[in-house]
Every structure is written in C-alpha cells, then in structure tokens.
Design a protein around this ligand. Structure first.
Ligand SMILES: Nc1ncnc2c1ncn2[C@@H]1O[C@H](COP(=O)(O)OP(=O)(O)OP(=O)(O)O)[C@@H](O)[C@H]1O
Length: 229
C-alpha cells in the first residue's frame, strides 16, 4: 500500500537529510507506529506519502501509484484515498459535529442524501452518537479528536495517517482514541501513526518503525516504543 524505495529527502535549506535511504513496505490493512525523537523524519515520511513533498532521491509508491509519475492534477485524487489526523484536531469552530464531518464529503461533491446516511454511521463508529449537534467548544479534547477521526474516515480512505493524534490528550482518553483507530484498522484501512506516546505503543503491540536522524534503525512486528533488547 505504501512502498518507499531508497528514499532520501533533503530540504533545500538543510545540509542534513531529513530521510536517508529509507526503504519501507507497508501492506494493505497494516497498523504501523512510526517512532523516533523530534526531528527524526516522521512528519517528512507522512508528507512524502501525501505528495506534499517530493523525494530528493528514490521512489515512493502509494496505493499502486508511483508518485513521481502522478501528475499534479491527480494529486487531489490521491489525497482523497488518504485520511489525515493531526495533534491539533483542526475542526471548523463554527460547524457542529455533523457539519464538520459532512463538510469532508460536501467538498468532494457527494450528494446530500448520501451525506445524511453515512455521517451518522461514522459519528457512531467513533463513539459520538447523540453528540452530532454539539459545537467543537462544547466537546472535550478526546471528543474533538474523535470528530477529526470521523472526518478523516468518512470517505472510507484506504490509508489513515495520524501525526501525534494523542499528543494533546490525557492518557486515559488516549486509550479510547486508540480503540477508535484500531476499529478503523479492522475495517481494512491501513493506519500509519507517528507518535511519542510510549505507553500507547507498548499497549498495542503493532509494527514499530523507528527513525533516528532520518535513518530506519528498527522495524519490528508487534514491537514496543523503546528497544526491546
Ligand atoms: N519544511 C522544511 N524545511 C526545512 N527543513 C525541514 C522542513 N521540515 C522538516 N525539516 C527538517 O527535517 C528534519 C526532520 O523533520 P520532521 O518534521 O520530519 O521530524 P519529526 O520526526 O516529524 O519531528 P517531530 O516529532 O518534532 O514532529 C528536521 O531536521 C527538520 O528540521
């Protein structure tokens, strides 16, 4: 689903590579944690998957497409297949839960009848049934993140990228967020989550890819946050 082949990324203003000769395969339906210290290249990896950045060297394939050969006008189509969740929720403050989730479908031209059917399903999937009319400022941080996940998933993307999704959420609430991501993964969606949250990584026992200064230093199935040896 995501295939990196000897990918190096050097930002124009930087001497050191943000990613250095990275080769990674993420299969359809996998759940992968991307860990590593600040500045190790996790966000750069996610940006390359979205074609927000281009590799300096090497190849990136996403959902069977070689991104170097994907013309610019097809990039929005690629991004529709990829849901994104961030640390800072990024909800529209003047829209309620239903409208925030519905907006993701409105902008890609889905019919109103379809939106009215699928939005409540996804709101329920993330555990927010009964809260569709709440405004973001009437929700806890954990609930706001659930809305952001619902919005990212409502179009049933093949891939869900999450950059520090529990970064602004307390540990107990984070467990609920991880249950939602796990549920989404079980529908067949590939999930890649960048995180510093050791407790979460240790409790989930999923594949762990560790970056250090842009280099993959560990790739472990059913891994933990720190070195397991
Ligand atoms: N747009 C940019 N221009 C120049 N350098 C950048 C840019 N984005 C990231 N970098 C550099 O690339 C390296 C990797 O950064 P990246 O954001 O991918 O790390 P990260 O692992 O996601 O860090 P964090 O955990 O703090 O989010 C860092 O040295 C960073 O300073």
């Amino acid at each position: 689903m995501i295939h990196f082949e000897n990918v190096t990324k050097v930002y124009p203003t930087q001497k050191r590579a943000a990613l250095e000769n990275v080769s990674i395969d993420v299969e359809k339906g996998e759940f992968v944690f991307l860990v590593g210290p600040s500045g190790s290249g996790k966000s750069t990896f996610l940006r390359l998957v979205l074609k927000e950045e281009k590799p300096t060297k090497g190849r990136v394939h996403v959902a069977g497409k070689d991104l170097a050969r994907l013309s610019n006008w097809k990039v929005p189509h690629l991004r529709r297949r990829i849901g994104c969740v961030f640390q800072d929720f990024r909800l529209l403050p003047n829209k309620n839960v239903f409208e925030n989730v519905a907006f993701a479908l409105e902008v890609i031209g889905k019919p109103r009848r379809f939106i009215r059917k699928v939005v409540p399903e996804v709101v329920e999937l993330v555990g927010l049934e009964g809260k569709s009319n709440r405004m973001p400022d009437e929700l806890s941080g954990g609930e706001q993140q659930r809305v952001a996940i619902a919005r990212a998933f409502v179009n049933r993307p093949q891939i869900l990228l999450a950059d520090e999704p529990t970064g602004n959420i307390d540990p107990a609430t984070s467990i609920g967020i991880m249950k939602v991501l796990d549920r989404i993964n079980r529908t067949g969606t590939t999930v890649v989550m960048a995180t510093h949250d050791a407790a979460i990584v240790d409790s989930m026992r999923k594949r762990v890819i560790e970056l250090e200064e842009g280099v993959v230093v560990r790739d472990q199935t059913r891994g933990v946050y720190g070195q397991a040896y």
